[in-house]
Design a protein around this ligand. Structure first.
Ligand code: SOE
Length: 395
């Protein structure tokens, strides 16, 4: 007998759509137990919410998030709201005995992240964080290759997340307001590549040794309907005034890792020419890996095993379920391709598997794990502002 689990989703913008699609489709492609019931969606505008609920198949909608997360009908609270409310919403849900899945970054500040991790430690519900790129088959395969020694001892890690939607015409969205977002490209994008590097290498970042935090565009247009909206729909509304951007447009930093590797991280919303280039390269004493989300179904692999004369980069098409590529057998035949949304469905499957007492296909970050990423985010900003190295252990 397959159980059901009632989900309440907080947020109906970009992540609201990505998560709704995941809950709507997960049981069609994965044999999950429990099966999700799209019970309640929470947002701020009741009229928009009713349209959203009808479009995606949520049974009901409300603007009262606290009533939803404490309702006896809800089992899992899925948080897709701006960073500054993650802590209050997650902690209220944990206190009500719910499982909680929270969007990245865990929080806008280290203090909030610490409070969330402490609440999770004391709670009965399981916690999860939507670091969705772990569920891209190529990234999950990279982790498997490193774990079985295919690149050997890691010397270098080079990660960057290059977007270009943050130009002068982009209005003062919540993502550019420090009191809501906590940081700009840093918490939004470096969070992903810090998590991905930790996930793929299995190592932790121990020291940040140098960082740059920079805001190129200091003033942005405040739209008539306020600073709401998402990058996907930022163009609506008339300009009411100009407002101060209080976050970074780019953060770069250098780090050392537990296994002795040296690493560089770069996140920006002003990398003209790149739109969602979430990339990493890993060089070891037996081989190397490279990944670029803009070619998300491919993983580059270089091995020193073959005869030197035939060594070279191979491009693996990571869509072949029959060849053991992670998550691929749930979807289409070889080389039919997967997209951004499939990683969220893969994660929903792993979350439901974990709640059902099973083993997810790849490790799922809980709040304690995501706190490690938040510590690195904080260390980078501290290092940039103090112009000195920061040891994570000292935070
Ligand atoms: C905006 O930078 C954004 O939507 C991020 O917030 C997401 O986490 C990333 O997956 C795509 O870009």
């Amino acid at each position: 007998m397959t159980d059901e689990i009632n989900v309440a989703l907080l947020g109906s913008k970009f992540m609201g759509r990505a998560h709704s699609n995941a809950w709507l489709n997960v049981a069609k492609f994965f044999d999950v137990d429990p099966v999700p019931v799209m019970h309640t969606v929470v947002g701020r505008n009741q009229a928009e919410l009713e349209e959203f609920a009808s479009r995606w198949g949520w049974r009901q909608s409300t603007t009262e998030w606290r009533a939803a997360v404490t309702s006896g009908e809800i089992d899992l609270v899925d948080i897709g709201t701006p960073n500054n409310v993650h802590a209050e919403q997650a902690m209220a849900a944990l206190e009500a005995g719910k499982h909680v899945a929270c969007e990245k970054p865990l929080a806008g500040t280290l203090d909030d992240a610490r409070a969330m991790a402490a609440a999770a430690e004391a709670a009965t519900g399981q916690t999860f964080v939507w670091f969705n790129y772990r569920r891209v088959p190529a990234v999950a395969l990279a982790r498997q290759l490193v774990a079985k020694g295919a690149v050997g001892r890691i010397y270098h890690v080079r990660a960057c997340y290059l977007q270009s939607w943050g130009g002068p015409d982009t209005p003062l969205l919540w993502r550019f307001q420090g009191d809501i977002a906590g940081s700009g490209a840093h918490g939004d994008l470096n969070a992903h590549i810090i998590d991905a590097v930790r996930f793929v290498t299995g190592e932790e970042i121990v020291t940040v040794e140098g960082a740059i935090e920079h805001t190129f565009i200091e003033e942005r247009a405040v739209l008539s309907e306020g600073a709401g909206g998402e990058i996907a729909g930022a163009g609506a509304g008339t300009v009411e005034a100009m407002g101060q951007s209080t976050v970074d447009d780019a953060v770069l930093f250098l780090a050392r890792m537990t296994g002795g590797a040296v690493a560089s991280f770069e996140a920006t919303r002003l990398a003209t020419g790149y739109h969602n280039a979430n990339r990493f390269e890993i060089h070891g004493d037996r081989g190397a890996l490279r990944f670029d989300f803009e070619r998300m179904n491919e993983l580059g692999f270089y091995s020193l095993e073959p005869d030197a004369a035939v060594q070279g980069w191979t491009t693996i098409d990571v869509t072949r379920g029959g060849d053991g590529h992670p998550y691929a057998d749930a979807w289409w035949p070889d080389s039919h391709g997967l997209g951004y949304e499939h990683a969220f469905v893969n994660q929903a499957a792993d979350i439901l598997t974990a709640i059902g007492g099973g083993e997810p296909l790849a490790p799922l970050p809980d709040f304690a794990d995501a706190l490690q990423t938040q510590l690195v985010l904080h260390a980078a900003i501290e290092s940039a502002r103090s112009r000195s190295p920061i040891d994570i252990v000292d935070l």
